[in-house]
Write a protein that binds this ligand. Structure first.
Ligand code: MG
Ligand code: ZN
Length: 228
């Protein structure tokens, strides 16, 4: 029997189309883009501060911060030494490709190697709006509880890497790592995971090494285009 290949034509939504355009802009400029998603208070900004401190001597970093109303996080990124752009979403609970498109206009992309986009703290919808970054990163944290993969499966299903922050609190809060990881494994088998603590520094080196490797790998496969 002939093998039937079903070709499902993906109809790109306006957001997906613009996300693609964003990625082309990043590729053309040779920028590796990360989308950081998490619930409020998981430690996105703290992790970004550590990355700026530990990676700035090896690469040029830019940060785009999505926030409902303030510029507190972008100010922290700037204080840590990165070029930071603030997007105030005016109440929107996620970033979308249009917002990122506008923020990219504010950056001289050619001069950066790594772009970190800090999404709005929210575990419901950010994953539904692709931005055009190269990797989607979810930052979970121990005090949130070990049931989050079960309660917010959509966020865990689509990400490329998972950080588990605040592991220094494991002795003090009820968090069953086995139960948490089992939930993650069901939704996203083999997902690369980085347990760490932004407070004590434990696990940060592994995370930085993964970022450096991913950046190196990316620039090997996506050499900035010389066409056009
Ligand atoms: Mg933050
Ligand atoms: Zn939303």
């Amino acid at each position: 029997m002939a093998k039937r290949i079903q070709v499902v034509e993906k109809i790109l939504s306006a957001n997906d189309r613009l996300a693609k355009e964003n990625q082309q802009r990043l590729d053309k400029a040779g920028v590796f883009g990360l989308n950081f998603m998490a619930s409020p208070g998981a430690g996105k900004t703290s992790l970004i501060e550590h990355m700026i401190q530990r990676l700035s001597d090896q690469m040029e970093l830019a940060v785009i911060d999505g926030d409902v109303a303030t510029s507190i996080d972008a100010d922290r990124a700037a204080a840590a030494g990165a070029t930071a752009v603030q997007i105030n979403t005016g109440g929107e609970c996620h970033l979308d490709a249009v917002m990122l498109h506008g923020a990219l206009d504010e950056l001289d992309l050619e001069s950066f190697d790594l772009l970190i986009v800090e999404n709005v703290g929210n575990l419901i919808c950010p994953m539904s709006f692709q931005l055009g970054t190269h990797r989607n990163i979810l930052i979970a944290s121990v005090p949130e509880g070990d049931d989050k993969p079960y309660k917010y499966p959509g966020m865990y299903r689509g990400v490329d890497a998972l950080v588990i922050n605040k592991i220094d609190l494991l002795p003090y809060v009820p968090f069953d790592m086995g139960y948490f990881r089992k939930g993650v494994e069901i939704l996203n088998p083999g997902l690369i995971t980085f347990p760490l603590s932004c407070r004590t520094g434990e696990g940060l080196e592994e995370w930085m090494n993964w970022i450096k490797d991913a950046l190196r790998e990316h620039s090997r496969t996506k050499e900035p285009s010389t066409e056009e």
